[in-house]
Design a protein around this ligand. Structure first.
Ligand code: OTD
Ligand code: ZN
Ligand code: ZN
Length: 341
């Protein structure tokens, strides 16, 4: 059994770093593991302009502990009245790596998101032309659609027509949770990719109800049946370069989670790479971890691979119940089996 595992340094292609005190608390967890991260723009107010993204990027740089080398890659939050020129200007200037589509009210701080995809015609046309990546929260918000079906219905109603109408558009279907999503991306051309979280490889929907309500297992898109977990995990560990690492780490203060109307989001950043290592090892494909964590995403985004490496060491360290006073990490009380040097 290998005792250490050295990998090209990974990147996180989907993370929520927040702002203010929360940013200060969580930035180091991401920066110590990942060389780069695609930073989600769902602040309040959301990041909808070049100036707002530049200023947020500066706040992130200041929050990263001294000595850690970390590059935040920024995203623009699309709304019904997004201006294609502002978006393209930010892309040209190297501020926006991608644009983010939140269907209005699909997830945390998405109220200002897109209410009708038809409103994005000019934006998508421009993105396709300039080769800018679209990151998609792939759920419909139609209250008539069961929450466990919202991703699959999004693929039928929104994503399939979008791929047909903008065939060269580079799209990342974020945080996939269903066998329909895994299949769609596996069958799609190489300009369609997907990120996969550690939690959607590990928990199914039972985790939210294990002996009582478990708010720390609640996120959006919500975890689904076991067969979906298996399909998503198989996609992650398949070696298919369409699938790459995106933690979707989404911290909320404990009180906001443990509440009569608890916030969605799982805070997995502290032990993210260790948790992915465990997943790949359990599935007998530790040799494919580096592709998933450190190569496929960079290739998809057309960015250079990181040159430095990280080393994981076998360990029986237990994930703490609390971090930074009031945050409950994913895998609390469990042993990922690896520790980052
Ligand atoms: N899902 N929580 C959040 C975002 C994600 O949809 C997502 O990307 C959040 O709190 O920002 C969550 O459950
Ligand atoms: Zn999302
Ligand atoms: Zn997210």
């Amino acid at each position: 059994m290998t005792e250490t595992l050295t990998l090209r340094r990974p990147d996180d292609w989907h993370v929520h770093l927040r702002d203010g005190d929360m940013l200060a608390a969580v930035a180091g967890y991401t920066a110590r593991q990942f060389a780069r991260a695609i930073v989600m723009p769902n602040l309040s107010p959301p990041v909808t302009s070049v100036a707002a993204a530049e200023s947020y990027r500066n706040r992130i740089r200041l929050a990263v502990p001294e000595g850690m080398d970390f590059t935040p890659l920024m995203t623009i939050y699309l709304t019904d009245d997004s201006d294609p020129d502002e978006m393209a200007r930010g892309h040209e200037k190297g501020v926006f790596t991608a644009a983010k589509l939140y269907p209005a009210n699909a997830t945390t701080n998405s109220a200002a998101g897109v209410s009708d995809i038809a409103n994005l015609g000019k934006v998508l046309e421009r993105m396709e032309r300039i080769g800018m990546v679209l990151c998609v929260h792939g759920e419909v918000t139609d209250p008539a659609v069961d929450i466990f079906d919202r991703e699959a219905v999004f693929i039928d109603r929104i994503l399939t027509p979008m791929v047909r109408d903008f065939p060269a558009l580079r799209i990342v279907l974020e945080h996939i949770t269903s066998e329909q999503a895994a299949q769609f991306v596996a069958d799609a051309p190489p300009n369609i990719g997907a990120t996969i979280t550690p939690h959607h490889c590990i928990i199914n929907r039972n985790a939210m109800f294990a002996g009582g309500m478990r708010p720390h297992a609640y996120c959006l898109p919500v975890a689904k049946r076991e067969r979906h977990r298996i399909a998503v995990r198989a996609a992650a560990t398949s070696g298919d370069s369409s699938f790459f690492l995106g933690t979707d780490s989404a911290p909320h203060a404990r009180g906001a989670k443990e509440s009569a109307c608890g916030c969605a989001g799982i805070f997995n950043a502290p032990y993210a790479i260790e948790t992915y290592a465990r997943i790949f090892e359990e599935d007998g494909v530790l040799d494919r971890l580096e592709g998933f964590a450190s190569e496929h995403g960079a290739h998809f985004y057309g960015l250079p691979l990181n040159e430095e490496t990280i080393t994981l060491r076998r360990s029986d360290a237990v994930v703490p119940d609390r971090l930074d006073g009031d945050l409950v990490p994913f895998m609390a009380g469990e042993t990922p089996g690896w520790s980052l040097d």
